[in-house]
Ligand binder design. Structure first.
Ligand code: SF4
Length: 257
């Protein structure tokens, strides 16, 4: 029988939800800083990093009847794409029918979000969307997240879910630029956020990003400078008293909270 995964307290997933679920592995987005790819290699879900952008969907995961007492984050090890949407929605329906609350985390594709919003209107109170938008700059997003939707599409998907009456939130972890751009992100997105916007640094860059590529090393150096302790403190001082702002562990460590 399929069961939810229990997140370790304080882990990346555990910061947001005590339970998680996936219907497969592999992610078309191919983010250069991906944490899930490293887990997939370590746990031998995939043979090596080069296989990560091949989506593998497991239809046997659709049937899930467990009921838990807190939020389920779904997905964590893949995204929602046209390739897996039908399986994703069938699984989501089962999770919701078992009276669970679901945190849907995605770099959202408009067609997928429209389908979910249109099909699950009756479950609005049990769904919280969290869309990852680390920058509004198309070129920067394309570099770090080459297979993901453009930021403009993600912003439009956020607005679609908000206008449809769903609970909405944003993850700006990792931020892909500096503190000024992060503040602009807050100001642009906050009108379509009902819950929170989470800011976090790009952590463990040297371990996660392929530094054999000179362009990656150069871009990582920008990130290190943009997200220096001094700049993170400037960001924190600017936003700390504003509503909806939340800080991920990667950033809390720097400002000492
Ligand atoms: S969207 Fe998430 S799982 Fe997919 S490649 Fe990017 S970081 Fe990895």
């Amino acid at each position: 029988m399929n069961k939810f995964n229990e997140a370790k307290p304080g882990s990346r997933v555990g910061e947001w939800a005590p339970y998680s679920y996936n219907i497969g592995t592999g992610c078309l987005n191919g983010c250069k800083y991906c944490y899930a790819r490293d887990i997939a290699v370590k746990t031998e879900m995939i043979a090596d990093k080069s296989k990560w952008t091949e989506e593998q969907v497991n239809p046997a995961k659709v049937k899930i009847e467990e009921t838990v007492d807190d939020m389920v984050m779904f997905p964590t090890m893949h995204d929602i794409t046209d390739n897996n949407l039908t399986t994703y929605m069938a699984t989501l329906r089962n999770i919701l029918n078992a009276r669970n609350r679901v945190l849907i985390v995605s770099k959202p594709r408009m067609t997928c979000i429209q389908s979910i919003c249109d099909s699950f209107a009756a479950y609005k109170d049990s769904i919280l969307f969290r869309f990852t938008i680390g920058s509004l700059n198309e070129r920067v997003c394309k570099f770090w997240e080459p297979g993901a939707p453009r930021p403009q599409e993600r912003v439009a998907a956020l607005k679609y879910a908000f206008d449809a009456g769903f609970q909405t939130s944003v993850s700006a972890e990792p931020m892909l630029e500096g503190y000024r751009e992060a503040i602009a992100l807050y100001e642009t997105l906050t009108p379509t956020i009902t819950e929170s916007i989470w800011f976090g640094k790009m952590d463990d860059i040297d371990d996660r990003v392929d530094m054999a590529e000179p362009a990656n090393e150069k871009a990582a150096q920008f990130i290190r400078e943009f997200q220096s302790d001094a700049n993170i403190k400037l960001l924190y001082d600017h936003l700390k008293d504003l509503p909806k702002v939340q800080w991920k562990k990667s950033l809390r460590r720097v400002v000492g909270i």
